[in-house]
Design a protein around this ligand. Structure first.
Ligand code: FAD
Length: 600
């Protein structure tokens, strides 16, 4: 049976020592955040994840979800766990208090999210998507939806989903066919089929609020292959009146559930919208003139809220799966005996040494750990930037640019490395990892989807290179390089810190050169940007995590206990073993696109 221990101590370090949350009282949500309250939340979040969610992870994978007579059932134990999770208020941890939530900042909610995803990704996706959905409703919903729907979603009584994908389009949403036609009473009737909808149906909640994108026909009654007529809708499974009363079943029918490689306890559904009653969200679009072209409808803003929240949530899944795989690998190599240390037996009285004596085994585990703890710091720093962006601080705008820049990086870098870590954790088990009984092959299967959904990682890289770098005159990379070079200038004369600042500087030089090269060549030849995008995203991930490690090393150098010493060990690994990838990635980016474009 796999194990999981919630990383409460590491989050306490990050929140108290690294981000100095107590000094952030001027930020929204931080006003009343005392150290005791933070510790209490982290401890209790860890407890429910370890004691309630993790024990049904392996059984949920073995049993999977069921679909019979149009009804979806989640695996045994999920209902009870969902009730405990909701009654504990965990689904509304960062929801505003006016909607029944606890009003905690995103930073605290991300800590809970990581623990829940590591304990049981299939389960944690149900409340995870619900919080992204109510976030979008708070931003774009009508007053009656905020009054009656949002509190029920915050409490966990009702759930939420995000419905974008159709059989012929996931990335290229211009091609979607689902349409919604306005009715005299202002509602819409929706027709179409969405596929791969996480939590699209389940037996955990009384109602499900689907957040759906669909096209409104143009003035000529046609559906066009562009995004201009795409709008954002709220479509409940059971109808809800403006007084909040639940009524008859809406025309949203479950066509089936997918049989998947992993996250088998998560119901991934085909949803048929058969003249379903839908409410359009966001500003009312001006009527279209025949043939008029628009780039993007205003109603899409709500969808971007839900998508950005979900992208960060998927990045968290990458870290989570990496950590649980690491923890199990670590435990196994301290029990398994295999071979002898290269320098002679470590335990001569035993037939073989523990597996941990081997340098390559240490490398595998350190690789996972330096990734998990480094990206966790990057995630926390980004979450803090999101709060700064919503504050009145002078650096609010720059913080917003940084959070925006880091969103695709966290999604893709954390899920790529999370999958690498899941694989390495399994490798520590040798052949026993490949056998189902030990439960670690599940991490590889569960973690694989994180690289694909919520925008495939290659598409995240295109978002970074094609949109984020150039927006507002390059404001985001300028904010990042400004912060990085200022920190380096302040710290590079510190001799004790030199092993870390030198590595960081090397990485920053590669990243600056790659950014410059893409700025100069990507516009002339978009294929150069496309061919280098994935390498560029990885480079930015490595360098930003190196910055986090250098900053954590600075704190650790002032302490002598084991916890802080181990931070220095991981920081050293990142600087000496991961930073050397930077010049290689730069060289690959500068090689341009001809070497791939000749492949037809
Ligand atoms: C288990 C599971 C759960 C899901 N949950 C949801 C959900 O809750 N809601 C929802 O709406 N969807 C959901 N999805 C759908 C998921 O988001 C899409 O599958 C994903 O975005 C990719 O879309 P696609 O499958 O149509 O692949 P395509 O769009 O056909 O892309 C195929 C591949 O082409 C490449 N590619 C495509 N475009 C580009 C480009 N511009 N640049 C570079 N490379 C490109 C990528 O490598 C990509 O993987 C889920 C999918 C799965 C499997």
């Amino acid at each position: 049976m796999p194990i999981y221990r919630a990383p409460v101590e590491d989050y306490r370090f990050l929140i108290h020592e690294f981000l100095e949350a107590e000094k952030q009282r001027d930020l929204p949500g931080f006003e009343d955040l005392t150290p005791d309250l933070i510790d209490d939340i982290l401890t209790n979040a860890g407890k429910i994840c370890e004691e309630v969610l993790q024990p049904i992870n392996q059984s949920g994978d073995a049993e999977g979800c069921h679909f019979e007579n149009g009804v979806v059932r989640t695996p045994k134990g999920f209902k009870e766990a969902y009730r405990a999770y909701s009654e504990g208020g965990w689904g509304g941890l960062s929801a505003p208090t006016e909607f029944g939530g606890s009003g905690m900042p995103t930073l605290i909610n991300m800590a809970l999210g990581e623990m829940a995803m590591a304990a049981n990704q299939s389960f944690a996706m149900y409340p995870g998507l619900t919080s992204a959905a109510y976030g979008a409703l708070i931003a774009t919903g009508a007053p009656w939806m905020k009054e009656h729907l949002v509190p029920k979603m915050v409490s966990g009584e009702w759930a939420g989903t995000m419905c974008l994908t159709e059989s012929n389009c996931g990335t290229d949403l211009r091609l979607m066919k689902t349409r919604a036609v306005e009715q005299p009473d202002g509602t819409y009737r929706m027709k179409g089929t969405k596929i791969f909808i996480s939590g699209g149906d389940q037996d955990l909640t009384d109602n499900i609020i689907h957040m759906v994108i669909a096209k409104i026909p143009d003035a000529d009654g046609q559906i066009h292959d562009d995004l201009s007529t795409v709008n954002f809708f709220m479509v409940p499974k059971f109808l809800v009146g403006e007084d909040g009363k639940m009524g008859a079943r809406n025309g949203v029918n479950t066509g089936g559930i997918e049989h998947k490689m992993g996250i088998k306890g998560q119901a991934t559904c085909v949803l048929n919208f058969d003249d379903a009653i839908a409410w359009r969200l966001g500003p009312k679009p001006e009527p279209f003139k025949p043939g008029e072209k628009r780039s993007l409808s205003a109603g899409m803003a709500g969808m971007f809220i839900i998508m950005n929240a979900a992208r960060l949530g998927v990045g968290v899944q990458g870290i989570a799966i990496g950590d649980v795989a690491y923890q199990n690998g670590y435990a196994y190599v301290h029990e398994r005996r295999v071979g002898h240390a290269l320098t002679g037996p470590a335990e001569p009285d035993k037939p073989a040494d523990l597996e941990i004596v081997h340098p390559d085994v240490k490398r595998m585990l350190l690789h996972c750990r330096a990734f998990v703890e480094g990206t966790r710091a990057l995630l926390c720093w980004t979450a803090l930037n999101m709060s700064v962006a919503h504050s009145k601080r002078p650096d609010a705008e720059a913080a917003g640019f940084l959070a925006d820049l880091m969103t695709p990086v966290l999604k893709a870098f954390c899920t790529d490395l999370g999958f690498e870590a899941a694989n390495l954790g399994m490798q520590c088990y040798g052949g026993h990892g490949y056998i189902r009984d030990n439960g670690v092959e599940q991490f590889v299967r569960d973690g694989r989807i994180n690289q694909t959904y919520e925008g495939a990682n290659g598409v995240q890289a295109m978002d970074l290179v094609g949109r984020k770098l150039g927006r507002k005159g390059g404001a985001a990379p300028l904010a990042l390089f400004g912060a990085l070079t200022t920190w380096l200038a302040e710290n590079e004369k510190d001799e004790k810190l030199a092993p870390y600042t030198k590595g960081l500087k090397r990485g920053v030089e590669s990243l600056q050169a790659a950014t410059m090269w893409l700025a100069q060549n990507g516009i002339k030849n978009p294929n150069d940007a496309g061919a280098g995008a994935v390498d560029y995203l990885r480079l930015m991930g490595i360098v930003t995590v190196a910055w986090m490690w250098a900053r954590m090393a600075k704190i650790a150098l002032t302490k002598s206990d084991d916890f802080h010493k181990q931070k220095l060990m991981c920081a050293r690994y990142w600087m000496e073993r991961i930073i050397p990838e930077c010049p290689m990635l730069l060289e690959r980016i500068q090689a341009g696109s001809a070497n791939v474009m000749e492949f037809n």
